[in-house]
Structures are given as C-alpha cells and as structure tokens.
Design a binder for this molecule. Sequence first.
Ligand code: 5AD
Ligand code: SF4
Length: 475
Amino acid sequence: MIDLQLTDKTHDEERQGEALVIDAPLVRNGRKLYIESYGCQMNFADSEIVASILLDQGFETTGDYKEADVVFINTCSIRENAEQRVRNRLSQFGAEKRRNPKLIVGVLGCMAERLKSKFLEEEKLVDVVVGPDAYRELPQLLSEVESGHKAINVLLSREETYADISPVRLNGNGITAFISIMRGCDNMCSFCVVPFTRGRERSRDPYSILAEAQDLFDRGYKEVTLLGQNVDSYKWKGADAEETAETEVNFAQLLEKVALISPDLRIRFSTSHPKDITDEVLYAIAKYDNICNYIHLPVQSGSTRVLELMNRTYTREWYINRVDAIRRIIPGCAISSDIIAGFCTETEEEHQETLSIMDYVGYDFAFTFSYSERPGTLAARKYADDIPEEVKKRRLAEILLKQQQTSLFRLQQFVGKTVRILVEGTSKKSDKDFCGRNDQNAMVVFPASEGVKAGQYVNVHVDRCTSATLLGTVV
Ligand code: 5AD
Ligand code: SF4
C-alpha cells in the first residue's frame, strides 16, 4: 500500500479532498493522472473506476494538476451552477495547457454526456470527452489524443455496470467506502437531467457487490454505502453464485446479504425513492443491527399538485404513509430529504405545504435547492420556469431556516445520551479531535483519547450539540 495526496475534491454537499490510499499498480508508465470530481456520490464512485482503469495502464495518481500528464474532470449537470463551477475550473486547466501543450484535458461524466461534441467546440482546450458508460474505452481514447486527434465516446449502455472493475479508493479514510450497486435511472422526474446523462437503469450482479464488500472488510474497512439513483428498484435476475439455478435478488435481499458479511461491517445506502421503498426493506433494516437506521428519502415538494408536475408518481399522502411505516417499523430511524424550492407554477400555498410536510416528518437533515431549469428535461419542454428568482430565493431561505431548527431539535435528542460511533479519523477542524458517525448518520466530534483509533466502534457520551454536530467524550 502507498500513500498519495488528494486527487479529487469539491462536492456539492459533502465531500472534500483528503489524503488517499491506493493499492500500487504493477508496472508504472511514468505518467500521472489528476482527477477531480463534482456532483453526487455516484460520480465520486465513478472516478474510482476511472482511476482503476488508468492505474491498470501504469498511471500514477497525483494531487497536483500542475504535475499531471492527464487531467480529468468528472462533471455534474444537475443544476446550472454545478456546470458553471466546472467551466471555471476548466479555464484554470486551460491556462495550464497553454503552458504545457502536452497536457491532456478530459471531461467525463454528466456534462460530457449532455453536451457531447458541443463540448469540444465550446471548450477548445479540451481533448477528450467521455460519458459515464464509456470509461472502459479511456485507454484507446487517450491513444487517439496522443496521435493528434480529439476523442469522444458518449455512448450510453443498457448493460455496463463496471461489475468486474475493482475501484481504486480515492480520498479514502480506509474505513468507509462507497459501492455502486446500479447505474442510470428510469424515473423521468420532470426536473431532472440524470435519465439523459446516465441512461437506463441497470442493476449490478449481487455476487460482485458482495465480493467487493467482503474485500473491503478484509482490508479493514468498517462501513459501506450502497449507491444507486433509486436503490429500491434494484433488481437482478441471473444465475446463482454456483451457476446452477436462476435467482432473483431485490434490494431488501441484497441488504441482508451484505449485512451478513459481518456484524462489524456497517451498511448504509442511498438514495431511496418514496414510490418504491417497501416494508420488506424496512424490516431488513430493523432486523440487522449493522444496517444503519438512516434513510435518505427525497420528498422534493409537499404539494400533491407540484409532485404530479414533477412526475414523482406519489402524492403527499403516500409520502406521509411511507414515513409512518418507517416510524412504526424502525423507531428512531433518521430521515433526510432533498427539497426543491420554486418549481414551475408553485404557489405560495404549495410552498407552505412543503414547509408543513417538513414539520410532519421532522427531517434530521435536508439538501435544499432552488429550481434550476435544465435543457431537454420534461419540465423545460412542458412548463415555464415562471417563479421569479427572488421568490425562489425567499422560499429556499424559509425551507433552510426550518431545516436548521429541525436539525438542531433532532440532534438535541442525543444530548445527555451515549451513542455508539464508528471512528473515521481526526476531525476536519483539529487533529486533537476525532470524529465519526452514529447509526443515524449524525456527526460526532470528541477529544482524541489514548487507545482510540480510526476503524474502532466507541461509545461517546454526548455533552452538547450544534445544528450540525454532536460534541462529546468517550466513555
Ligand atoms: N433543479 C434543482 N434541483 C434539482 N435536483 C435535481 N434536479 C434539479 C433541478 N433541475 C435536486 C433534487 C434531487 C437532487 C439530487 O438534486 O432534489 O433529488
Ligand atoms: Fe450525479 Fe446527477 Fe450530477 Fe450526474 S447530474 S453527477 S448523476 S448529481
């Protein structure tokens, strides 16, 4: 094992670059790859596939794009500001390319897929454009660039799951890792560009998922997060491990299989869809202590009319019913959400319905966005983006304020109690403090004490909290 510097950073909400640990490739070619990721966790997981493919070719990774031979930017199209951030970053890479004309600059991911060859026309300093299903072609595409051509592959696939590629863990703490269990999305929410950029939904074979989880556990990892755009519609049909019989595996069954690897391996998952989350999944979570009591269940809006325009295929009542089922089957389960303010035609009353469903659920956490029209989506084609920017902003501020109050209230429930956490490492703010998450995904910070190491489960007494963090001491 070797230690390397950070290679990917910035994430909409959560992840920042940190030191990474990777397995050394067999033969080096003396060339260095710098990869930077934007957007969702799936994109970060994809960068680990990309790194794996290029490390197999003998590349090394670097945390400094100025010393790289190849710079990749794995992009997000979900909102306009995500794309803007990528463009700004590309102009920095462009400046570097002017200084070092041999540098290869590649655009991967959702923006590559959305803009296709337009990207090469718009951004003259980009050499290669590769969509999310074409990463296996990267070595050939890089050869094309080396022979003096621009290269592009944005073909989407109905089968590709990269099941056989073992991701190189970038940015890792060596304790927690993501595992992609499916790709694409068949939901067609009217606001969302993902079905166009990531293609049709397909599930990865469960044996490769289990092998990856087992391998991580054997290497000292203690938590895996199973990733998919809509994990509840995970469905795999195929031969069993011995290839003797046909089997079918749904998400609840997959969760159970991963949970059985070891009681010391924690399981998380994201994202759940309110229309698809079944009681069977909830019972699986309740049955196994190591499946975390935390569900990310985006509501998007509290108004049935707006939900219909969004093509979410559930009503306010249906969503509330699912939340009631979670509360009944998994008491104490944390729930988080994604919420969009100011979707097309949203009235003031409908905005109030979003605030009231937030009150009903009492989310532990929420990602909140103001609606951003994306070219080509159903909403862009059918509805006018008619809510003025300042109204969107004000509604978003009201949603944010409510969430801050609710998050604080939720975290206060833990004050005075002892929580079991998985130590992830030193805290971002001070290396005298450790941090880790409890079962409900709340971040807990506590003074480092002797004998406590990353990867251990420890009990922490919670002394106080902010609206984002629990603060305590090891007991
Ligand atoms: N505008 C604003 N927010 C969006 N999201 C997806 N598309 C858009 C859009 N066009 C949000 C949704 C989704 C999360 C990942 O991003 O809330 O759940
Ligand atoms: Fe991820 Fe969606 Fe952004 Fe693509 S558009 S990177 S799927 S959040």
